[in-house]
Ligand binder design. Structure first.
Ligand code: IVH
Length: 674
């Protein structure tokens, strides 16, 4: 029996840690959730009475603490390199031959490989000193990463203390364990549903969701995201002597970290190829995303002998899978009306699992596409997702037709307001020209409140639907006249959410001019064009009164966009709405901080951004460049002056190097703009 409080706390910590491992790592719980909660509550109670006995590895220390303002940078002791890719059996055989040649091994001799699933998440490294978790970081540029320790601590699968079950296993004095943080598909789906409900933008795929959750400055939010880990390598160690990679994995597992169970030791390359192809077919069985397999030489002596290139070790290669496809049936083709009246055909599908999510809808883009692919209701189709949420119909399986499929007829009237629809000669789109069409009104309001525009948190599609149906909002200016008493009467709007919404609406009145211009929903004017316009006109009034020629004289504004702006502001109804926005207190001027200050190093220069910067979001960096007179473009060409490369730069970096474009890291970017 523990005699002192200190001992009692220690024993509770040990017991909870033991059950954490059983539950989160080994998937084999021994006690009920209720009993577990009782242990945790007891520990919390004792720690509250005796905070002097709280240790950093206590299970209570995972809940997440105060938000940070930015992540400190950590230099990796051993660089976190990337892996070369292969796409075919033949390339894997070439890899095997190459290794034998480099290591001077007889070509008939077999090399042992460890084959692992390539988890599609975020690479991290975890430092343990004398068995205690001291910090963890993202990969960053491979040499330096973000210290995301507070967020990593919230992940239950990461032990805060290494505790070998086998007592013979010695805990190393210092060890760095590497692995992949990922979000299981179910969690990804749950998170996106929640975000849709609350009007927040959805994550495109589980990887982005995991990366976004790991990079949150508020670890209390990360704690709710249920991130998971698979550890796959030892980055650095002292005090242990593994000889093979498989031994490293056994050590990692022995210390209490999760190692993927589908890891296999293969005796030769043909075995490797067989296993890779097996998982290409089986990956849909998994509850997380994998984008290929990783093939690693087993012998660590060989690792040393083979060494590394500047980008990747020579002893490892990945086998990438082709994008996933699925076959399903089109139940029905429906027509949606967008904010400018554009009609888009959408297929309602028999739900099917594809690349980690259940898919029940696919956009068919436009009516020409339906005709060209001869897509009919009742058809079986091949779907594909390439990193996006919205899947595409790749082709129709005509051989599966029974003759009962119905060809789709283009609508002659708007499905919502029943007004006649018009097809512009040059456009492939059909349009409903009725400005009072309820579907359009709703879409416009949703867009107005959306992230790129006025960013009104909590005003999601479901709420807009109710506001319009109940007659509280007829156009977006009515948002600024909403009353608390109206909001509480709506479904799923309690006192708290109504207050929050009133607060978010109030806050949105102070948005900068570019957001307001974007929010108005002028046809052909998205957030980029809105920024260009706000760069030229410092009040909405001036933009509204600008002549076609003046608009056309602006770089990046062509005659079509100019015409659409002029026509928009000529509309009497729009003018009234703008007046109502002003009376409602919405800012219509450029905020002071946005004044253009020309910086000779930036002014007139073109920039392309890639990767993640630490101190700036993508939008902040763009705003900064533009405020100094520079331009931001989306792809690298010979004419690009600078590529700003943050963490995890994409292929733009390779392209920039190829074209001799000047590359700025974050520090250099700060010098140029500072
Ligand atoms: S080993 C130097 N093993 O793939 C080799 N990486 O493109 C270190 N990844 O950045 C990585 N699953 O984020 C390794 N079983 C696995 C992996 C894996 C996913 C990721 C990792 C790395 C990227 C390489």
């Amino acid at each position: 029996m523990p005699s002192t409080i200190k001992e009692k706390i220690k024993q509770l910590c040990d017991t909870i840690r033991y059950h954490d491992r059983k539950y989160y790592v080994e998937n084999n719980p021994e006690i009920t959730d209720y009993d577990y909660d009782q242990l945790l509550k007891e520990l919390q109670r004792l720690e509250k009475l005796h905070p002097e006995f709280i240790t950093p590895d206590s299970p209570t220390q995972r809940v997440g603490g105060e938000p940070l303002t930015q992540f400190p940078t950590i230099e990796h002791r051993v660089p976190m390199l990337s892996i070369d890719n292969t796409y075919s059996d033949e390339e894997l055989r070439e890899f095997d031959q190459r290794i034998k040649r480099m290591a001077d091994i007889d070509l008939h001799h077999d090399i042992e490989y460890v084959v692992e699933l390539k988890i599609d998440g975020v690479a991290i490294t975890l430092w343990y000193e004398n068995g205690l978790f001291v910090r963890g970081a993202t990969r960053g540029d491979g040499f330096k990463g973000d210290d995301v320790s507070a967020n990593l601590r919230t992940i239950r699968q990461i032990p805060l203390k290494l505790e070998p079950v086998d007592k013979k296993l010695k805990v190393p004095s210092s060890i760095e364990i590497r692995g992949e943080i990922y979000l299981p598909n179910k969690e990804f789906q749950r998170l996106n549903e929640e975000r849709e409900e609350s009007g927040e933008p959805q994550f495109a795929n589980p990887r982005n969701a995991a990366a976004g959750s790991l990079k949150l400055l508020d670890s209390r939010i990360t704690a709710q995201r249920r991130l998971c880990l698979f550890a796959y390598a030892i980055g650095y160690f002292e005090g242990i002597e593994p000889m093979t990679h498989i031994q490293c994995l056994e050590l990692i597992r022995g210390f209490g970290l999760p190692v993927n169970p589908h890891t296999r030791l293969c005796k030769h390359i043909e075995d490797v190829i067989h296993y890779c192809n097996e998982w290409d077919k089986r990956r849909a069985e998994l509850d997380y995303m994998v984008d290929g397999m990783v093939v690693k030489v087993n012998s660590l002596v060989l690792h040393n002998q083979l060494g590394v290139t500047s980008k990747s070790p020579r002893w490892v290669i990945s086998f990438k899978f082709q994008p996933e496809q699925a076959i399903t049936k089109i139940e029905e083709i429906v027509v949606q009306v967008g904010k400018t009246g554009t009609l888009t055909p959408v297929a309602n599908l028999t739900p099917v699992l594809l690349a980690g999510t259940t898919v029940s809808r696919a956009t068919l883009h436009n009516f020409d596409e339906i005709r060209r692919k001869d897509i009919r209701e009742g058809d079986h189709v091949v779907l594909q997702k390439a990193g996006e949420i919205i899947p595409q119909v790749i082709s129709v399986l005509k051989e599966k037709r029974k003759g009962t499929e119905t060809p789709f007829t283009e609508p002659a009237v708007c499905p919502e307001c029943k007004e006649k629809v018009v097809r512009n000669d040059k456009e492939v789109y059909l349009r409903c020209h009725n400005p009072l069409c309820q579907a359009q009104v709703k879409r416009r309001i949703q867009y107005f409140a959306g992230r790129d525009a006025m960013d009104i948190e909590g005003m999601g599609p479901a709420l807009v639907e109710q506001l319009v149906d109940k007659g509280f909002v007829k156009d977006y200016s009515d948002i600024y006249y909403l009353k608390y008493d109206d909001l509480v009467t709506l479904e799923r709007m309690g006192e708290k959410s109504s207050q929050n919404l009133i607060h978010a609406i109030e806050e949105s009145k102070r948005r900068d001019l570019d957001r307001l211009i974007c929010a108005l929903g002028i046809p052909n004017v998205g957030s980029h064009t809105a920024e260009v316009l706000a760069g030229r006109f410092d009040t909405l009034e001036k933009l509204a009164n600008a002549a076609q020629e003046e608009l056309e004289s602006i770089y990046e504004i062509g005659p079509v966009v100019a015409k659409s702006i002029v026509e928009f502001f000529q509309n009497e109804h729009i003018r009234e709405i703008i007046e109502k926005l002003k009376t409602g207190g919405v800012n219509t001027r450029k905020l002071e901080t946005q004044k253009l200050v020309k910086n000779p190093k930036v002014s007139g220069k073109s920039f392309v951004l890639t990767g993640t910067l630490q101190k700036y979001t993508r939008k902040d960096a763009e705003t900064l460049i533009k405020s100094l007179g520079g331009r931001v473009l989306s792809s690298v060409s010979k004419k690009t002056d600078y590529l700003v490369a943050g963490e995890d730069p994409g292929s733009k970096l390779d392209k920039a190097k190829e074209l001799n474009v000047h590359v700025l890291d974050e520090a250099a970017f700060e010098r140029v703009t500072g």
